[in-house]
Write a protein that binds this ligand. Sequence first.
Ligand code: UDP
Length: 415
Amino acid sequence: MEKEIFHHPKAKIQDYVPVVGRSTIEELRALAERLSGKVIQNINSTFTGGGVAEILTRMVPLLNQLGVDARWTTIKGNEEFFGVTKKFHNSLHGRKEHISSEDLSLFLEVNKKNVGELIFDGDIIFVHDPQPVALISEKKRFGEKWIWRCHIDVSNPDKRVWEFVRNFVAEYDAAVFSAPNFTQQLPIRQFLISPSIDPLSDKNKELPSEVIDSVFDKYGLDKDKPIIAQISRFDYLKDPLGVIQAFEMVRKSIDCQLILAGGTATDDPESEKVLDEVRERVSGNPDIHILLIPPESDIEINALQRAATVILQKSIKEGFGLTVTEALWKGKPVVASAVGGIQLQVKNKFTGLLCHSIEGAAYAIKRLLSNPEYADWLGKNAREHVRQNFLITRHLKDYLLLFISLYYPSDVIYL
Ligand code: UDP
């Protein structure tokens, strides 16, 4: 079957009624009415690749369907700029990077250039992550309210880089973080809103088994041997080499295969290098499949996740970890590092297994492979945990409340 055949038109807001109930959707409509006449302009740095783009791709059309005029623009930058912002990203996550004063100047220069090229047409300007953070210089000229949405775990950042970013953040009206332990002291209002997945998107909807088979045929993969899979951008912070090492430990005693699949993001110049290293490391091992997946491969990723026996997410640092949410929603047993937002999702020994090392990951994978009933039980709990906490309908509600609350001076919202 060709991919086009099973792509469905995007889900409509009423299609979520069977998943979350009618009252949830009615509540969203009531909240959306309060924003009538307001334009919400999202600004980030890429339309594809990574969690931010993933969320906006569904959030913006669903807000539109609720009658909210939400829009999405990206800033433009060259490879050098994204090289600098990748270093920002790493160092805000606490990794050591050399950032020169030229890097900081380039960052400011590109933000300034974007100021000249972007059309600011939002009443609420919703800026995502550090790349466009300096656009706040235009606060006096455009928009009524400015929000900075941080998707990174900045609890333990490189101090110099955080100070630099913080000076801009402090000018916004509000900041949003994904988890309580990600926050920093700021002189502005802060909101805690965890990310979400769309249960009806191509990435997460149920798939017929023929579709899963066709994806496995396409990549020349065998579905019959137990599969350990990690789906992630090729990034050091996702620890692909650690994944391979853990797999090799498991493979010594259990016949299984590893699928390490992911793409590159337009705002991440490092990924080619990581991919090369990974390929070199596994060359000749027939049980390890490295798949470079193009953007817009949602059905493929969905199929790989559904066919996996165990999903691994061995990140060294993580913002929220949407790949984990996607796996939990599919009822898969997950082994994931106890970092960042993963800890909100994987409740150890209840919705999955947390690990703290390569050896720990290997041990947990072995445990799941050799105890399918336990793995199923974790998977069932996992799906329920996502239904309660991490679906896009909950996220829509939080965003609508956030937008409305900006127009009230205190934390009290009069509905
Ligand atoms: N993803 C994708 N293609 C890839 C790799 C990842 O579509 O090749 C998706 C993945 O399914 C998830 C998101 O990108 O929805 C990654 O979000 P996450 O929070 O896990 O990590 P990030 O990439 O933002 O660090």
